[in-house]
Design a protein. Structure first.
Length: 361
């Protein structure tokens, strides 16, 4: 999101075998998940079984280890797949919206494939308690896995817009995450949410320093690289995808991210996504049906044009955001996360009803 206003309150062979074993355990419901949120600095909350055991029908059990083949995200059988799901809001503000009940609803009622776990770096996030926010991210990733969903581990750098400003923190965070999930098929690593105000060469340099840190622990995990100008392939700063096409990150098994907000990002952005996905592997890790701040009226017609394009080209996506923030872009009605009802449409805002229907399709 171009501007994120402050919320109202404040493989080796052995590795491949290990991943398969973990996946089989998940399918049997052996993997457990977080039932209650934790506060930064607090010890991780106890875990308990998911509401319903994942089965072979879950996205994770059915598709296994993902990889990038050509311009597509592919499953363990080499077939192109497109993941559809939701992104959390900042976990420093809305951890109460990521519970056993809410994730049961996301996996079973919404039928989502993927949960993006957004760890803000600044704005009261990771930098205030690295150990606490790392533990929190891991708990939410585990909870997604227990329900048969993939997890995008989102390093939600936003301000400052230069990802190199948090290079050391990012290395520490991704080293810990990759070490934990090196044998698990269910993670993708999003290393820079929305770079802005910096050149593509600076973003590329950052990526080429972070990716080896991940690869040292997890050689197989798909890495998602943010593009400049708030992950717009440069469009929001007067550029386009050609800078990435002509100077790609020197790494394999990666995809590039694109973000859009339908009420703000019109024809030029849609055209850029179309062109870029003809040349590069793209994952839309964040979008909304509102303006770039996740506010205002929903433009479902424009959003549907994006979704139609992504469906046709098998581009994966996660929608912003799975919370009860007061803005129109939050899917739940304000106050929902303080209750215990998550399923159906009665607890959803207009955007929530719309996106749930699209994921279920």
């Amino acid at each position: 999101m171009h501007q994120r206003p402050t919320p109202p309150t404040g493989p080796t062979g052995r590795r491949r075998l290990a991943r398969k074993a973990l996946l089989a355990a998940s399918a049997l419901g052996v993997v457990t998940a977080l039932m209650a949120p934790v506060r930064a600095g607090a010890a991780p909350a106890p875990v308990s079984p998911a509401g319903a055991s994942p089965t072979a029908a879950t996205p994770l059990a059915a598709n296994g280890q993902l990889s990038v083949c050509g311009r597509q995200l592919c499953n363990a059988s080499g077939q192109a797949v497109a993941l559809n799901g939701m992104s959390t809001h900042g976990t420093q503000w809305y951890a109460q919206c990521v519970t056993g009940g809410s994730l049961d609803a996301l996996a079973q009622d919404w039928r989502a494939d993927v949960l993006r776990v957004s760890t803000y770096v600044q704005e009261g996030g990771y930098e205030t308690d690295p150990a606490g926010f790392t533990a929190r991210a891991q708990q939410f990733v585990d909870a997604a896995h227990a329900r048969g969903m993939y997890a995008v581990i989102d390093w939600h750098m936003l301000t400052p817009g230069d990802p190199n400003a948090n290079l050391d923190r990012a290395k520490t965070f991704f080293r810990a995450m990759a070490k934990k999930y090196k044998n698990h098929p269910g993670v993708l690593y999003e290393i820079a949410n929305e770079p802005s105000g910096v050149s593509w060469s600076a973003v590329k340099s950052y990526a080429e320093q972070i990716i080896p840190v991940i690869r040292a622990e997890d050689p197989d995990g798909v890495v998602l690289v943010g593009t400049r100008a708030w992950s717009s392939f440069g469009v929001s700063e007067g550029a386009n995808e050609s800078e990435v096409v002509n100077n790609p990150v020197n790494a394999s098994n990666i995809m590039y991210t694109f973000h859009f907000y339908a009420a703000s990002h019109r024809e030029a952005y849609l055209a850029a996504l179309d062109r870029a996905s003809d040349r590069l592997p793209v994952f839309v890790t964040e979008f909304g049906t509102q303006d770039y701040a996740g506010e205002g009226a929903n433009d479902f017609a424009m959003a549907q044009r994006y979704l139609d394009l992504m469906k046709r080209k098998k581009i994966s996506w996660t929608n912003w955001n799975y919370s009860d923030d007061h803005r129109s872009g939050a899917v739940f009605k304000t106050g929902t996360c303080n209750g215990s009802t998550w399923t159906g449409t009665g607890v959803l805002k207009e955007a929530g009803v719309w996106i749930r229907d699209r994921i279920r399709q």
